[in-house]
Structures are given as C-alpha cells and as structure tokens.
Design a protein around this ligand. Structure first.
Ligand SMILES: [Zn+2]
Ligand SMILES: [Zn+2]
Length: 124
C-alpha cells in the first residue's frame, strides 16, 4: 500500500470516489482501465453503471461485492461483482494496482470450499 501513498492523497471531487466498503479515497485514474469502478484495496464496487462501463445509467447505487474472478481467453482477469441491492452481476476488468492478495483469495475460494470430497478426484 505504501507504494500508492507515496503518490500523495487523491484529490476529492470528480477525479476520485470514496469506497463505500472500506472508506478508502480512490483516484479514478488506474492502470489498465479507463473507468475504475471498484476499490483497489477491498475490490468492492458500487452499482452505478447499467449496460456499459462508465455509462452511470443504473439508479440502484448499492454496494457490489466481489464474489469471484474469471479469466478471459487473452489471460486477462475479470472480477465478478454481485449487487447487494438488486443481485445484478457485473464483470469488471481488474486494474494494475488491485490488491493481489484479495484477487488470489477470490480465485482460490472455490478450491477451499469444494462441493464434493476432494478424495474422489484421486479415484478417477
Ligand atoms: Zn474499499
Ligand atoms: Zn443494484
């Protein structure tokens, strides 16, 4: 985290938003994405966009929980967010400064909680 703090606190206003989950002030500028829509610290988002990233067409405004990561054919990781208000699912590109530990925790969650006994795999 200190790597980011060295750049100075983000200015408040249209160029930043405050994370509704962990309270971090987040600069809208991000590596690898034109529309940062989630917190790089806790990865939570807010339901602001409707169909296209950045369209700000949704009236919901509820917090969106990161529930999983997926991998595109290009190798790019995408975050799966679920809205706590209306259950809408969104796919969001990860940013270059997203919390790697949080991303990995999401990635291994299904392996940590398998819906079947893992011993069964050894018998196949
Ligand atoms: Zn946050
Ligand atoms: Zn919503």
């Amino acid at each position: 985290m200190s790597r980011d703090q060295r750049l100075g606190a983000p200015r408040r206003g249209p160029n930043s938003f405050r994370c509704g989950h962990c309270g971090l002030d987040v600069s809208m500028r991000a590596l690898g994405t034109a529309h940062r829509n989630h917190c790089p610290n806790c990865l939570w988002s807010r339901h602001l966009d409707d169909d296209a990233p950045g369209d700000r067409a949704a009236e919901c405004g509820s917090l969106m929980e990161p529930i999983a990561v997926s991998v595109r054919a290009t190798g790019e990781w995408v975050l799966v967010h679920r809205c706590g208000g209306c259950d809408t699912l969104h796919l969001n590109r990860t940013a270059g400064d997203d919390n790697a530990l949080m991303l990995l925790r999401l990635a291994v969650r299904p392996l940590a909680q398998p819906p079947f006994p893992l011993e069964r795999i050894a018998q196949v």
